[in-house]
Each structure stands twice: as C-alpha cells, then as structure tokens.
Design a binder for this molecule. Structure first.
Ligand code: ATP
Ligand code: PRP
Ligand code: NIO
Ligand code: MG
Length: 529
C-alpha cells in the first residue's frame, strides 16, 4: 500500500513476525461502501463510536446447490486489519465527499487503526456451513463497521471459487491432474489472480497464470496453442532442422526428415495425433521423452480412447517403453457436468484444463456472506425478519465441530461464550436453531473448537504489537492441505452432487432458549382492531 508501512509487526507465540499488507494494492481503508463512513460519523456524533461491538461473518446458503462450502480469504482479512490506517490523502478525499461532517471526525479518523480489534476465525481451508460464523470481529463499533465491506469482499469470491475448485476436484477424482486455465476469462486481473490462488487451495494442481506462479508459488503448467501449429504454412519454414540428442553425444542433421519418415509408418488418423506421434517417436530416437497431447475440441471421451489406443499400438509395434502412458490433457468449456458425463462414459484423460466455468463461477456467481451485529456493550442483538433464514443468531459465541465414531463430522454446535464446552464421550443436546422439533443427542468422539484467535490488537509505540497467543497465518500449501483433509472428513452423502444430505448446524439448549427469549422480547406485538 503506497505510503504505508509495508508490514505490521506482530508477536506470534513469543516471536516477532510481520504481517504484510493486502496482496492487491487496491485493498485500502477506502475500499468500503460510503454508508460505512456515514455510519462511522453518526456513531461518532452520537458518542457511540467506542462502544464495543461484536459482528459475525456468515452465509445463509451453500453455493452450487451443494451442502458444503470451503472457507477462504482469511489471510487477506488479517493482512487488512494488521495494516489498517487512513492516509492523509484518503482523509482529504473523505472530507471532500462528506463536506458537512465536522473537523473533529476527520481528526478521529486520522487516529483510527485496528489495535483494539479482535478477529476470531475458522482456519482458512475449512469446510463450513450456513449460519455458522466464519469470523467473529470485535472492537469499537465505528471501526468494525468500516471493516464490513472489505471483509466480506475478501471472503465471498475467495470461498466461492475455492468451493467451485473443490467440487471439480471431487468429480474429477484424486488421480487426475487439474489445471486452472481461466486467466483470459476471469473478471479482471484481481479475479484472475484470486482464481488461481483459491483454485489451488480447493485442490487444483497447477495454473497457467505466470504471475500467480511467481506471487504465490503455485506450480505452473501449460501445453501449446493452436496458433503455434497453424502459424506454419509448411515444414519448409523450419530453418534449423538439426537437433542434438538428449545426452549430447550426437546430432541429428535433419530432424524434420526423421519425423516425416516416422509419419509415413503410422496409419493415418483424421487428427493431429499421428503427427504428434511421429514427432514423439523421432524425439525418442534421440533420447527425448514427449509429454503428451491436449484435446480441445470434439468428443473428448471418444478421442481420448482413440489416442490411447494409438499410443498403445505404437508402444507394441515399435517397442517404445511407456509410449502408451502418454499424458492426455483435455480442455474446452469443461465444468462439473462434463467431468461427470465423461466419467460415466469412461475416458482416457489424465489431466483437465478448466477455465471459464471455474474462475467465473458460472454456475453461481456470488456467495452471500453477511456481517451482522450480534452484541454491543455486552448486550446481545438479534436481527429479526419475516424470513426465518434471515434471523441472526445473537451473542458472542463459541463453535465446536463434533465427530462421531466413524471419524466423520456429525454436527457443528454453537454455544454461548461462557457455557461449558462439549466433551469427548459426554452426551450433549444439539438443537436446530429455529426448528423446535429438530434436535439430537450427540456423544462426540472428537471435539474441535472452530473459532481461533487470529488478531488481538494491542497498540505500542505507534506500531501494532500482538503479544497474546495468536494463530499463525499458514502457508498456501498448508491451507490447501487443510482443505483436502477437511473434505476427507465429510460423510460422502453431504458431498454428492445430486440431492446431498444437509449437514446439521445446531445450537446448545441454553443458546436455543436464549435466542427464542430474545426473539419474543424484541418482536413487536401487533394490535388488531
Ligand atoms: N464425451 C463428452 N461428453 C460430454 N461432453 C463433452 C464430451 N466431449 C466434449 N464435451 C463438451 O462438449 C462441448 C463441445 O463444444 P463445442 O461443440 O462448442 O466444441 P467443439 O466444436 O468440439 O470445439 P471448438 O471449441 O473447437 O469449436 C464442450 O463443452 C466440451 O467440454
Ligand atoms: O474453455 P475453458 O474452460 O475456458 O478453458 C480454456 C480454453 O481457453 C483456450 O482456448 P480459447 O477458449 O481461448 O479458444 P477457443 O474458443 O477456440 O477454444 C483453451 O484452448 C481452452 O479451450
Ligand atoms: O496451456 C494451455 O494449454 C492453456 C492455457 C490457458 C488457456 N488455454 C490453454
Ligand atoms: Mg475453448
């Protein structure tokens, strides 16, 4: 971020660490909705700006018709709070667009940072469910309000595309290579970079996006384009026809003729496959190993079988070891449905290159994460709505994932902050938050507390120092590993594409009673005449 400290200095479990600014320099304190500043002013005028508020970040419905979501975007949120500060130029701009606000407000904004803010979150890469807070943000109400828009901006697309990638991985199967090819179709440069990063977390193996390879260390992969092949009018255009052998011991003076002699030995198939094989065989003569082909049009299942048969026939006829194992990559408008159809038909594809449908999240363009006030000055708050799915779950909460005998996650349970936590081997009542008749006793074999502390600000000498215990921000590879491990822990019926079973999200008996007490207390009583 131009003009700002490059990184906040923090202490993680005793040792000093740095938290760099947001990946995208467009992510500044102004990357928020105007009404957040308008409200900050109103809180300030009302003398409420320092009131201690607790907000939950959660979504109401899983995307893509599924019953699970993968949470991503947390690291960017923490980088944002760690470096949150309004620069002089930004304050002048705000003054120009909010001309009726008093000078004192801008003096206040000049001092604002997140040294008094706490962020608890579920680890990035976790499988998560509707209504469960992914993050709990606590701090002075005016400041936390300013975080609403950037936080949910940083989480919504990240979680959506990670989930999309995870869904593609589940359909493709573990043994296939998945390549993200979406940069040209992504929603702008940030869409492209984010898609590459979060597709990797969701289980893709590599990207074609070179900038993402450099910035995030994601493995880079690519094949070749149609344009390269069609740019040659005839083999005569190949001027340098010599090729040294792989070990350098000799040189083939006319590699093109060697390829042509191989081509004359191959039965003609109406595609580029014999051409590829002729080149691969000529390369093999010189000790090189060709990688494979990419199919980008036509019936991908049929062509993959044809290609594989051709490769096997060559392996047998010309005695070239492993020629039949040549990699077949397929691309062209692939999505979950085509992967599923290809699986049902049977195919010989080893790797899929997926662009448009993955990165644009064509099947569902947005995730609806919201940021709702659940407590202020230790007083619980509830958002009421005629639509029960929109009623918020009040209070500062703890969340636990309870696993059953078979190791699978059984239920997520939210409890009040001061309730005794669920214990392994102890029966606990889990209640649907809004449906009285839905409840179950669970005896967990494993209990994981999901909300962990990622940011506990404490201002010292102008820089933000965190000296209380805090979770580290894991590497991209670790986040990806968490995602893979979490998906494994889910019961397969929650994960299937058609009519998946909803995962149970519940509250403790005590929290259930409190929600409904507060609901009745806050809901106005109508009067009929
Ligand atoms: N065996 C298959 N089963 C199901 N879908 C397939 C199969 N093979 C290809 N597809 C899909 O069918 C669609 C084919 O699209 P389309 O007809 O526009 O492409 P094409 O004409 O083969 O190629 P080009 O992009 O060169 O025009 C693509 O979305 C592709 O992923
Ligand atoms: O289809 P996607 O999943 O987005 O994957 C990326 C596509 O991009 C490339 O071609 P491009 O689409 O540029 O050209 P085309 O329309 O001729 O296939 C590539 O050959 C794939 O077809
Ligand atoms: O490397 C490829 O084959 C590739 C990369 C991006 C888009 N289409 C194809
Ligand atoms: Mg295409």
């Amino acid at each position: 971020m131009a003009g700002k400290a490059a990184a906040a200095v923090v202490k993680v479990n005793g040792s000093v660490a740095e938290i760099r600014g947001a990946t995208n320099p467009m992510v500044t304190a102004l990357l928020t909705d105007l009404y957040q500043f308008t409200m900050a002013y109103a809180y300030w005028k009302a003398g409420k700006h320092q009131d201690r508020a607790v907000f939950d970040v959660y979504f109401r419905k899983n995307p893509f018709g599924g019953e699970y979501t993968v949470f991503a975007g947390l690291e960017e949120c923490i980088r944002f709070v760690a470096n949150f500060k309004l620069e002089e130029g930004e304050i002048s701009f705000l003054r120009s667009v909010m001309p009726t606000c008093e000078d004192g407000f801008f003096d206040y904004l000049r001092e604002v940072d997140c040294s008094n803010v706490e962020v608890f979150a579920i680890p990035e890469g976790s499988v998560v469910f509707p209504k469960v807070p992914l993050m709990r943000v606590e701090g002075p109400v005016a400041i936390v309000q300013l975080l609403e828009t950037p936080f949910i901006n940083l989480v919504n697309y990240a979680s959506l595309v990670t989930t999309n990638a995870a869904r593609h991985r589940l359909v493709a199967g573990k043994s296939k290579t998945l390549l993200e090819f979406g940069l040209r179709r992504a929603q702008g440069p940030d869409g492209g970079m984010s898609a590459s990063k979060y597709s990797y977390i969701g289980g893709f193996d590599a990207t074609s996006n070179v900038a993402a390879g450099k910035l995030f260390g994601i493995p880079l992969r690519g094949t070749h384009s149609h344009a390269f092949v069609s740019s040659f009018m005839s083999p005569d255009e190949i001027l340098d026809r010599a090729l040294p052998s792989h070990d350098g011991s000799s040189t083939c003076k006319d590699f093109v003729s060697l390829v042509q002699s191989w081509l004359s030995k191959l039965q003609v198939m109406k595609s580029g496959i014999p051409n590829f094989c002729a080149v691969a065989l000529a390369l093999n003569d010189l000790g090189y190993k060709a990688c494979g082909i990419r199919l980008d049009s036509g019936d991908l299942a049929y062509l993959s079988f044809e290609a594989r048969n051709f490769f096997h026939a060559i392996e047998k006829e010309f005695n070239v070891a492993d020629f039949g194992k040549m990699t077949v990559t397929a691309s062209n408008d692939l999505n979950e449905e085509t992967l599923d159809a290809l699986n049902k038909q049977g195919h010989e594809i080893d790797a899929f290159g997926i662009g448009t449908n993955l990165v644009t999240c064509y099947a569902q363009p947005a995730l609806g994460c919201v940021f709702k006030l659940v407590e202020i000055n230790n007083q619980p708050r509830i958002k009421l709505s005629e639509d029960v799915t929109k009623v918020s779950i009040p209070c500062k909460k703890r969340i636990f994932r309870l696993n059953g005998r078979e190791g699978y996650a059984l239920v997520d349970i939210m409890t009040g902050e001061n309730e005794p936590p669920p214990m392994v081997g102890e029966r606990i009542l889990c209640r649907h938050p809004f449906n009285e008749s839905k409840r179950a006793y669970v005896v967990p074999q494993h209990v994981e507390e999901l909300l962990k502390c990622y940011w506990l600000g404490n201002s010292k000498n102008g820089s933000v120092i965190v000296d209380k215990p805090r979770e580290e921000l894991p590497s991209l590879k670790k986040i990806r590993a968490r995602c893979m491990q979490q998906l494994e822990q889910m019961r397969p019926d929650h994960m299937r594409r058609l009519n998946p079973t909803p995962y149970k999200v519940s509250v403790s008996g005590k929290l259930y009673d409190f929600i409904h007490f507060l609901w009745l207390n806050e809901a106005p009583v109508g009067e009929l005449q």
